[in-house]
Design a protein around this ligand. Structure first.
Ligand code: SAM
Length: 357
């Protein structure tokens, strides 16, 4: 079979349009599930093109809804598509689509936040981490309500090579609120540089592909939408456990307009804050008066490595959380009790600010 004939055989037969299906099944958008549909096939095709070739690909689509993007994925040549949809009302329309593409579409009624993608696809599609990515893609016009927790969860999976990354360096093509897309891809020194920029960019090559105006969706959301493509790096730019990186980055960015040492200090209990911060900054060779948004990933790597070094000597710092200490202090003040009275609460036991360093 010639290549063009093979691709033609992937294309779906004539069917009712997505708009007609929405009317047929009376599918009113549920705000609670962040439902904003894309009915323009030119746009759904454009999103799918950002993933690269889908010829014979395995794809997991998040939240197919009435199936517009699903059609573009199937027309792009994917031969094994799993769609994960939380809202039962879309299942009959998706079944119709599955009948039009026999053997190519599997429907999962469930929540993407708990779905075990590592069990969804055959093991033999896996590629070793150091090689090219597997022919497996995650694609989705994500519900806004889950997009940030979901990408954080997948970044952690990526760091640990679990979940979708058990198959290798699985690529993702996803939509986000435009501001979130800008934060994910913001470079050093830009206004949007944030915790999300570092967490995504230390693990992947991240590309902000294009922006879709809010008016292209039905119903129209209040914001525009950015399409972002992620390819996991063979070698992450920071070689420390994800949770440790996340803790240092979160602390650095908690005072994003101040000098970076301000946030770093809060990694340590009050009694040893200044001394250990100085030690950490010197070891990392980072100027303490730089702003968090100005730090490069190699500088953040040096800071995370320096923090790991300090924690090797004093492991109890790993459990220290400045915010939790503040919360307990506030509680103690409210109830007019010494802070020690809250130390054995089920919410955890932070080291005392008086702890010897
Ligand atoms: N893909 C469709 C499109 O582009 O027109 C619908 C996109 S709409 C923004 C998000 C979809 O995700 C909805 O169908 C919604 O029901 C579904 N959804 C919301 N939360 C979900 C979750 N936790 N797991 C799976 N699907 C979810």
């Amino acid at each position: 079979m010639t290549a063009s004939r093979k691709l033609a055989s992937f294309r779906l037969p004539p069917m009712p349009t997505v708009g007609e299906l929405i009317k047929l099944y009376n599918l009113r958008a549920e705000k609670q599930l962040s439902q904003n549909f894309l009915l323009d096939m030119k746009l759904t095709d454009k999103i799918v093109r950002q993933a690269g070739s889908l010829r014979d690909a395995h794809v997991c689509e998040v939240g197919p809804g009435p199936g517009g993007l699903t059609r573009s994925i199937l027309n792009g040549g994917a031969t094994d598509v799993i769609v994960v949809e939380k809202d039962t009302r879309f299942i009959p329309g998706l079944k119709l689509l599955s009948e039009a593409a026999p053997g190519r579409l599997r429907i999962v009624h469930g929540d993407i936040l708990t779905y075990r993608m590592d069990r969804g696809f055959p093991v033999n599609i896996s590629k070793p981490w150091g090689e090219d990515p597997p022919n497996l893609h995650i694609i989705g016009n994500l519900p806004f309500s889950v997009s940030t927790p979901l990408i954080i969860k997948w970044l952690e999976n990526m760091a640990n090579r679990t979940g979708p990354f058990l198959y290798g360096r699985t690529r993702l093509t996803l939509t986000f609120q435009k501001e979130v897309a800008e934060r994910l891809t913001a470079s050093t020194g830009s206004k949007q540089r944030s915790r999300l920029s570092i967490m995504a960019q230390y693990l992947c090559t991240v590309r902000n592909c294009f922006t879709i105006p809010g008016r292209a969706f039905v119903p129209k959301p209040e914001v525009d939408v950015g399409v972002v493509h992620f390819t996991p790096l063979v070698q992450p730019q920071i070689q420390q456990p994800f949770k440790l990186v996340e803790k240092v980055v979160r602390n650095i960015f908690q005072f994003r307009r101040k000098h970076c040492h301000k946030g770093i200090e809060k990694l340590f209990p009050e009694a040893c804050r200044v001394e250990l911060t100085q030690e950490m900054m010197q070891k990392a060779d980072v100027d303490p008066t730089r702003r968090p948004t100005e730090l490069t990933i190699p500088e953040i790597r040096a800071l995370v490595d320096a923090y790991a070094h300090v924690c090797n000597h004093e492991p109890s710092f790993l459990n220290y959380e400045f915010r939790e200490e503040l919360r307990l202090k506030h509680l103690a003040r409210q109830r007019n009790m010494p802070m020690d009275a809250f130390m054995d609460t089920p919410t955890g036991t932070p080291p005392s600010p008086q702890q010897p360093c």
